[in-house]
Design a protein around this ligand. Structure first.
Ligand SMILES: [Fe+2]
Ligand SMILES: [Fe+2]
Length: 306
């Protein structure tokens, strides 16, 4: 299948439409929470941001859908817009049911360049989802909330995975339609958008720091799920979960590859660092993120040589 062909467009749009799940957030099996679990849910510092992000996502996708002429792409985009709005409604239902103290922030002006807004949003979703995969695995393993509740969020995670697969294919299709020049600068375009997404995330972390009395926002979030947070393990979880979640999609569709490749390179470096530090204990002091253990299944380099 040629990327940018009509066959490609039909495949990624049809796959998106066919994997839609029908549900109403109000009638989902929301569990009754014991006081300790309710306390944990109420102490999560990022519900306001999640609620706002989902409302904003619905507004951006709906506005962009209006500008699209291709009826096949338009239908799929309209569905994504509805799903984002449903995510916001799901969070609203949770806020009401469990009495969370989450104000509804006024919506920002989306500006005149809605196409760039949509692309920024799409790459931002790729970044958020990749990190979210690892975070969700940690929450699941730590049983941060009852399984019935996490199962509801599992549906949401699946939908976000569909969104980013759809987005990456739409982006490649759109670039290919623009011709060879756009195709040849595509990795640079991705890098530019990912850097913008990272900058926005850094801005968010800063805002969170102020809200959390100067504590690091991301670290606060993660340490709520698991004591003794280890960066390498987190990255391994992100990478493995991304591969697992992406494996259920049609093999002919493109997947986001930039962040998994970046993570694979970083993990290789971290493992090498950890192994070197074990071989030469007097020369390299392990940083806290390395963890100091050999990767599973790795032979000890010294013993292997004997
Ligand atoms: Fe969403
Ligand atoms: Fe989404």
């Amino acid at each position: 299948m040629k990327i940018g062909s009509q066959e490609h467009r039909d495949a990624f749009c049809a796959h998106f439409m066919q994997t839609y799940i029908e549900y109403d957030p109000k009638t989902l099996p929301w569990p009754e929470l014991q006081p300790a679990a309710l306390d944990r849910l109420q102490s999560v510092p990022f519900w306001e941001e999640v609620f706002y992000t989902e409302r904003r996502a619905g507004a951006i996708v709906a506005a962009f859908t209006e500008t699209v002429g291709d009826p096949v792409v338009k239908e799929a985009l309209a569905l994504q817009g509805e799903e984002e709005t449903r995510h916001a409604n799901l969070i609203r239902v949770m806020i009401d049911k469990y009495g969370l103290d989450v104000p509804e922030r006024p919506m920002e002006d989306l500006g005149p360049d809605i196409a760039t807004r949509f692309k920024d949003f799409g790459f931002g979703e790729c970044l958020d989802s990749f990190l979210g995969f690892g975070l969700f695995k940690i929450a699941w393993q730590a049983e941060f909330l009852p399984r019935e509740m996490l199962q509801i969020f599992e549906t949401l995670m699946f939908e976000e995975t569909r969104h980013i697969v759809f987005f990456i294919n739409w982006m490649a299709y759109t670039e290919a339609q623009r011709g060879w020049l756009a195709r040849s600068v595509s990795p640079l375009t991705s890098l530019r958008y990912y850097l913008r997404a990272l900058r926005r995330m850094a801005g968010l972390a800063n805002r969170g720091k102020q809200l959390n009395d100067g504590k690091n926002f991301a670290a606060t979030q993660v340490s709520m799920f698991l004591d003794g947070f280890n960066f390498r393990r987190f990255l391994e979880d992100c990478y493995a979960e991304n591969a697992r979640r992406m494996s259920v999609f049609e093999p002919e569709l493109l997947r986001p590859s930039f962040l998994p490749q970046l993570a694979a390179g970083a993990l290789k470096a971290l493992r090498l660092w950890a192994v070197r530090a074990q071989v030469e204990p007097n020369t390299v002091a392990l940083p806290p993120i390395g963890g100091g253990r050999l990767p599973e299944g790795a032979a000890h380099p010294v013993r292997a040589e004997q």
